[in-house]
Design a protein around this ligand. Sequence first.
Ligand code: IMP
Length: 429
Amino acid sequence: MPAIVIVGAQWGDEGKGKATDLLGGRVDYVVKPNGGNNAGHTVVIGGEKYELKLLPAGILSPNAIPIIGNGCVVNLEALFEEIEGLEARGADTSKLRISANAHLVAPYHQILDKVTERFLGKRAIGTTGRGIGPAYMDKVARLGIRVQDVFDESILRQKVEGSLRQKNELLVKVYNRRNVLVEEVVEYFLAFADRLRPLVVDSTYVLNTALDEGKVVLMEGGQATFLDVDHGTYPFVTSSNPTAGGASVGSGIGPTRITRCVGIIKAYTTRVGAGPFPTELFDDMGIYLQKTGGEFGVNTGRPRRCGWYDSVLARHASRVNGFTDYFVTKLDVLTGLESIPVCVAYDVDGQRHDEMPMTQTDFHHATPIFEYFDGWTEDISGARSLADLPVNAQKYIEALERVSGTRISAIGVGPDREQTIVINDLITS
Ligand code: IMP
């Protein structure tokens, strides 16, 4: 009964889609435990590029049953648009299932996301504007609308009314926007009911029964460790728990059933949106990594901020997730660099910090202390084993393993599913 969790170890966009896709052929279920259409997975199969926002990357694995878990927030319009887009390209989405307990993103959540960001001004989070934060706020405030509510018109109306009573006050009196009509929202949701009905299941029952039967379940976390509302760089975070514990809650698979926890980590670091980022590059090298790595958001098209690998973050992520393995992605992007810096500690106002500073203030003032490694010029995109890598690339990987707190079990050397070096099998060993 292997239950494997995949978690981004940095600020997202580490290539989780590729890892899921790589394992996809051997897993029976892929569940997305958190997030919504704020995510962005790029999966390349046989040169064909797929960009996924709400659906788990496992949707492209022909044998896996993809599930949107109870911890997700679902925008129904975005869901069906994505399904139709994939179907038009020949993908089979018929196996997709959605938890009856997942929450829905309402049109007013998106309005609130945008007006709140504007209201915050200089302190804006840089959200994706997809209404994710407001939808999670409603969930915790017990004002949310769940997938199952769409099948009970009377309950749906009551809940929409309850939620809008408060939101309309905010929208009209604080943000100077027009009020949202209950009937419009009810009609909006009801319009999806027939298409939604065959997809909805008690996903915790489905997944736990599958584990009882010896099936392989993969939990594909959205976002990443440092965007986690508890463990991330709060308040510059998303509104869910993308860490491994959140995967358990968001899919209803108890922590004792999790057998592997794989951190996906880029060979350098990127971040979209606002917030501290100690190894960020502000010079031509940052632009170089952005261009070479194709670092532009799948979801919003925003250029990603780029910087060097940060092992302080990697060690912290290892701890809070309990990683068993690291999958290092995009090593090929570093090919051609003369020397590659790796952040091993921080300097905070003249004091060395080997681990994550305790306070936000210190983290904001942290500057990186680097160790430098010699680069390589050989094309590594065809490497399929560690021995195929140039010696300096091997040394770089050894160094990352030494400073990151978890063994490295796989390395991505190009965007395609095949362009991967597997050192330890991520399911069995
Ligand atoms: P939200 O999730 O839209 O509320 O955005 C909160 C923060 O998380 C912003 O900085 C976003 O750019 C970031 N974010 C959300 N989802 C992703 C993702 O999948 N990859 C990278 N950053 C993300």
